[in-house]
Ligand binder design. Structure first.
Ligand SMILES: [Ca+2]
Ligand SMILES: [Ca+2]
Length: 284
């Protein structure tokens, strides 16, 4: 029973509420009509065609806005196109630069290789040149030696034609007359030579082969007992016969005496007459 009362009150409440809301809507319409009435009174009646003007404004604004969007779109496309073109140009230039760099690098490597080859050839040529210079110097030295030998042979030939005998590096002339030691030496000097100087065993054997008593260029006239050769050198190796020299101050000149033995020398008075032997050195 109580619930019935409650529901009845709720229904009654809703109806009162609905009625109040209906009254509120009516009030709004009434107020709207009042406002329109006031507006008509204050602004007057709307002029004919005003709606068309508004539509024209709206249409112009829409068209303007559309044109603006179109221009923006065109500008955007242009910017993208230019950017793309610029990028392509940059990429192309970069590719060309890379290609040029590769070409330059390749040419540089080829030049380096050529330089190395030329350097090697230059070193080889330098070595060949040095060898040729060395051979030239050797040939020059050989030519000089051959020239010297030729001149020596020519001199020997000339002296052989004048009864000179060649032995080792000297020419020898044996006299056919007998004279004192001093006169014998004078004759040798006239011939551009001097009395023989014996400074080897071979030369001693050579002079013995003539089998003559021959004055040689040995004397102790300057200092008794100190025998010297005519070129001023001290006698070191001697071939005195047994017991010689024994003449003291009376015998100051040496000569080949006992030619059948190696030791054939004797000291004798310088005034004694003997054959003599001159010696002329061919080589210095
Ligand atoms: Ca003496
Ligand atoms: Ca003697």
């Amino acid at each position: 029973m109580d619930e019935v009362y409650v529901n009845t009150e709720e229904v009654l409440g809703c109806r009162r509420k609905s009625k109040r809301e209906h009254q509120t809507v009516e009030d709004i319409y009434m107020n709207h009509e009042v406002i329109q009435t006031v507006q008509r009174k204050t602004t007057g009646p709307a002029p004919p065609g005003s709606e068309d003007v508004k539509k024209s404004y709206w249409r112009a604004a829409v068209i303007l806005l559309g044109l603006l969007c179109l221009f923006l779109l065109i500008g955007l496309i242009t910017v993208v196109f230019l950017f793309t073109q610029g990028k392509s140009q940059w990429e192309m230039e970069t590719e060309i630069i890379h290609e040029l760099y590769d070409n330059v690098t390749s040419e540089r490597n080829q030049l380096q290789t050529s330089y190395n080859i030329l350097k090697t050839k230059q070193d080889q040529l330098q070595t060949s040149y040095n060898n040729l210079v060395k051979e030239r110097d050797q040939l020059q030295k050989r030519l000089e030696d051959l020239t010297t030998n030729r001149d020596d042979l020519q001199r020997k030939l000339q002296y052989c034609q004048e009864n000179w005998v060649a032995f080792s590096d000297s020419l020898y002339h044996v006299s056919s007359k007998q004279k004192s030691w001093e006169e014998s030496r004078r004759d040798c000097l006239k011939k551009g030579s001097d009395l023989m100087i014996i400074n080897s065993r071979e030369e001693q054997n050579f002079v013995n082969q003539f089998k003559k008593h021959l004055w040689i260029g040995l004397t102790d006239s300057e200092t008794e007992g100190t025998w010297k050769w005519l070129n001023g050198t001290q006698m070191t190796t001697s071939y005195w016969n047994s017991g010689e020299p024994n003449g003291g101050r009376k015998e100051n000149c040496g000569h080949v005496n006992t030619y059948d033995s190696l030791n054939s020398w004797n000291d004798a008075p310088c005034s004694v007459l003997h054959f003599w032997i001159c010696e002329k050195r061919v080589s210095p």
